[in-house]
Design a protein around this ligand. Structure first.
Ligand SMILES: Nc1ncnc2c1ncn2[C@@H]1O[C@H](COP(=O)(O)OP(=O)(O)OP(=O)(O)O)[C@@H](O)[C@H]1O
Ligand SMILES: [Mg+2]
Length: 246
């Protein structure tokens, strides 16, 4: 578990106008490990995810990837660096089919210009087989699929981008019991395959079922980080609401 972190953030701060969304936050992400980030509404969780995925730039602080100081200029660069993100809104195109959504923006081409639909279907089949996700049809329009299927496509896209770290912002928030369980199973499979997963969630049962470490943000500050084995949901709730000792 404890080699060099793949991503190291130190002293990351971000303000929006006079709102301090993040204040000197440190966080380490490891491959093959699941880090959960929890905290009340407005604690800064999504802001931190957006900094890691190149959507926002920090005002202060440093980020290293594989030991190298780096500036993550935009989401495209984040993906090139091995950080793929499943955003809360999923960013799927409802009118296009499953396979097209899986390769959105990085479609395989043939003869230099035409989208290679056969390669796309084959790639999609492989991604879903690896994740053991059953997709009724790769030709189905994504707008017609269930919340869980849509979530699986967004996660599949992140894995197809070969993210060494995959960030998921509230992946189970809109899902029922069984579909949530499927997403949590996917998280465990990604971890087993050596991918680092960062999961933001308000559901502590979900958090405790997958996380190796749990980091708590409160009003933009990291108020604690616990190993799963050394904490309890009560302990985490105290940190979230500010009754802990840190
Ligand atoms: N683009 C933005 N412009 C202005 N303020 C923002 C922006 N993004 C976030 N904020 C503010 O920064 C703070 C942290 O927001 P953030 O979205 O990171 O919280 P969160 O922990 O993800 O909350 P939630 O659990 O509700 O998703 C909030 O006060 C929010 O209003
Ligand atoms: Mg959020």
């Amino acid at each position: 578990m404890a080699e060099q972190p793949f991503v190291e953030c130190r002293g990351v701060s971000k303000a929006f106008g006079n709102v301090s969304a993040l204040h000197e936050v440190d966080v380490d992400l490891y491959r093959g490990q699941v880090l959960a980030i929890v905290g009340d509404n407005g604690a800064g969780k999504s802001t931190l995810m957006k900094i890691l995925s190149g959507v926002h730039q920090p005002d202060r602080g440093t980020i290293k990837i594989a030991g190298e100081p780096i500036r993550i200029a935009d989401p495209h660069q984040a993906r090139e660096l091995g950080i793929a993100t499943v955003f809360q809104n999923l960013a799927l195109v409802d009118q296009r089919d499953v396979a097209a959504n899986l390769f959105l923006g990085r479609e395989p081409v043939r003869a230099g210009i035409f989208v290679n639909r056969k390669a796309m279907r084959e790639g999609a089949r492989r991604v879903f087989a690896d994740l053991r996700v059953h997709m009724p049809s790769l030709a189905a329009e994504v707008g017609q699929l269930s919340g869980g299927q849509r979530q699986s496509i967004a996660i599949g896209r992140a894995t197809a981008q070969q993210g060494r770290i995959i960030i998921m912002d509230e992946p189970t928030a809109a899902l029922g019991v069984q579909e949530s369980q499927k997403v949590l199973d996917l998280v465990m499979r990604l971890k087993a395959a050596g991918t680092g997963v960062v999961i933001v969630s308000h559901n502590l049962r979900h958090v405790f079922s997958v996380a190796d470490r749990i980091m708590v943000l409160r009003r933009g500050r990291r108020v604690g980080e616990r190993l799963h084995a050394e904490t309890t949901p009560d302990d985490i709730v105290k940190l979230i609401v500010g009754a802990g000792r840190e």
